[in-house]
Design a protein around this ligand. Sequence first.
Ligand code: AMP
Length: 114
Amino acid sequence: MGDCIFCRIVEKQIPSKIVYEDDSILAFHDIDAKAPVHILIIPKEHIPSINDVKPQNCDVIARIFSVIPQIVENLGVKNSGYRVVANSGSDAGQSVNHLHFHVLGGRTLSWPPG
Ligand code: AMP
């Protein structure tokens, strides 16, 4: 986790536009937004990917999903719709090896994704 960019965001060594924070999770705007609303929600603990999720991580994963309704309401997309995406591995295009959930909305999102 030494040079993990998201760990550095958690430590406030790199600035981010935070929309939600508590003891175990952080949500902030994606620096390269793919939609009018594009938030990343991460566990503060360094978990590299979905492949590394263990039973002891259940609480933080559940917590992430439990705050999504409030975050999307604050961002104005709760009723219009949004998508939650977690890329894992190279075929999915994971570029940051710290578990994160994209929340995308604010426009019609194509399906299936490319
Ligand atoms: P993924 O490609 O699924 O691993 O998603 C990583 C996301 O992190 C991309 O959408 C990037 O735009 C985003 N990202 C990378 N660096 C930063 C940063 N410093 N602040 C906010 N978002 C970032």
